[in-house]
Design a binder for this molecule. Structure first.
Ligand SMILES: Nc1ncnc2c1ncn2[C@@H]1O[C@H](COP(=O)(O)OP(=O)(O)OP(=O)(O)O)[C@@H](O)[C@H]1O
Ligand SMILES: C[C@@](O)(CCOP(=O)(O)O)CC(=O)O
Length: 451
């Protein structure tokens, strides 16, 4: 028996920095670029079953991790230990390890006490747009093919730590797909099915918990929300919800995980809000991603913006409140296909984002990006508007465009010329905004994957 679950990457179109505070929301889009996780039962007829799970990410070199697992006493949950590899030096994958620990801990609480967690083999595949590497396999294509329903992935020919990420939120999509695949595989469908809203909420809560634990910090979680629910208006959870979990292995950890994940705790309640009705992609339009070959340090940008915010509470509150209104206007214009209102909605947001940058001394919409966004909006017919997404900086731009070959062709020509003129190396990615979140996939569609 095998199970496959995929989860989308993200782009925060509006609400960067604001979404860190529960008073404000973020307009987050799921992307067509997905991370896929397959869980396969191991044939155990040959002998004694060891409590081992092997995880592989075969698009990368030396990307395999073996884990032993065992139930800790005093409701400490399932402990996970990485095992030595015979041939390759050991490398850690904190996101895989933590998602495994939290996932198995929850599963161990939900399965009847006499049920053992059987060993499995887990395979991870990432759609090509997560990395800006030239694929080293000629047999692979850029995105999963839809014509034959057979998925196809590239061999990137590098180690995971050497891969150039495009910033689409690989760790959140990975943790969500991994957790969704574990729960769908080990639990009967009467207990867990992604089709049921209550189960999706369990997936959300558990993925937020393990993603935060692996990251070592509690962020806004908009990336995990997009991986679980797809495109939505997101209001974050109070950080205290997750800090109440305590350390894995400590007495009562498994009980606390179950209570928090199922939201049955008497002292702590989830306060995330997810609305899928207040944002959409207008018919005939596409949200496209451009990778800027440069990159920014998000952590230090966030630190500086928040420092300015606490130093200038009145000024920043006025700006945050104004931006929130314009962000909501953009969301409702998108949801109601009020296309004529869109250029002004983008322009209003960009003006305030630039102000946030100038006031805090952080290049949120740097001059190079201003030039690019202005030129592409004015110069390519069918480009309705665009912004620097998320934390901004030099990572990416996102554009709302007419979804036709003429517009996309003209955009491609524009960006090539932009590069030739030495104005910047900006590439149109294949990833586009998509509404759907995590989903169960047909395992047969991965049968022909060759790397
Ligand atoms: N295809 C994959 N296979 C195995 N592990 C992966 C894969 N993709 C991501 N990961 C895990 O996620 C980590 C990358 O997470 P990180 O938060 O640095 O990037 P990100 O989520 O892509 O960032 P951003 O929010 O900027 O898009 C990797 O080091 C690895 O642990
Ligand atoms: C600045 C922030 O609001 C958004 C960061 O987004 P991104 O990683 O640049 O896509 C941080 C957060 O929400 O966790």
């Amino acid at each position: 028996m095998s199970t496959a679950v995929s989860a989308p990457g993200k782009v925060l179109l509006a609400g960067g920095y604001l979404v860190l505070d529960r008073e404000y929301t973020g307009l987050v889009f799921g992307l067509s670029a997905r991370i896929h996780v397959l869980v396969h039962n191991i044939d155990s007829s040959a002998g004694e079953q060891l409590s081992e799970i092997r995880v592989e990410s075969p698009q990368f070199q030396d990307a395999a991790w073996n884990y032993g697992y065992r139930l800790a006493g005093e409701q400490g949950g399932v402990g996970v230990t990485q095992l030595e590899e015979a041939t390759t030096p050991i490398s850690r994958n904190p996101f895989v390890e933590t998602a495994l620990l939290y996932g198995l801990t929850y599963i161990s609480k939900v399965l009847p006490p006499s049920t053992t967690i059987t060993p499995t083999r887990i395979t991870i595949f990432a759609d090509n747009d997560y990395y800006s590497h030239s694929p080293s396999s000629s047999s692979s294509t850029a995105t999963p093919t839809t014509t034959t329903n057979q998925k196809s992935f590239s061999n990137f020919g590098v180690r995971l730590q050497d891969a150039h990420k495009t910033g689409l939120g690989s760790s959140a999509a990975l943790v969500t797909a991994f957790t969704g695949a574990l729960l769908s595989h080990y639990l009967p469908s009467s207990t867990f099915s992604l089709n049921r809203p209550a189960c999706r909420s369990i997936l959300h809560n558990l993925s937020q918990a393990s993603h935060c634990a692996a990251q070592g910090k509690i962020g806004s979680g908009f990336d995990v929300a997009a991986a679980v629910y797809g495109t939505c208006v997101y209001r974050r959870f109070s950080p205290s919800i997750l800090s109440s979990l305590g350390e894995p292995g400590t007495a009562g950890f498994a009980t606390r995980v179950q209570e928090i994940v199922e939201d049955t705790s008497s002292s702590v309640k989830w306060d995330t809000t997810i609305s899928k009705d207040d944002v959409s992609i207008p018919a005939g339009m596409a949200l496209v991603m451009c990778d800027v070959d440069c990159g920014s340090q998000t952590v230090s940008m966030v630190k500086k913006v928040l420092e300015w915010r606490s130093k200038s509470p009145e000024e920043s509150k006025a700006l945050w409140d104004e931006l929130q209104l314009y962000n909501e206007t953009l969301g409702t214009s998108l949801a109601s296909s009020s296309n004529s209102a869109l250029p002004a909605a983008f322009a209003a947001i960009r003006t305030r984002i630039r102000k946030m940058g100038t006031e805090s001394g952080v290049p949120i919409e740097p001059e190079e990006q201003t030039l690019l966004l202005d030129a592409v909006t004015a110069g390519v017919d069918g480009v309705v508007g665009g912004v620097v997404p998320g934390a901004g900086g030099y990572d990416a731009v996102v554009l709302l465009v007419k979804d036709d070959e003429v517009t996309l062709g003209a955009l491609d020509v524009f960006l090539k010329k932009w590069k030739e003129e030495g104005k910047g190396n900006v590439k149109l990615l294949g990833a586009r905004g998509e509404l759907e979140g995590a989903r169960l996939e047909d395992v047969g569609e991965y049968a022909g994957v060759a790397l």
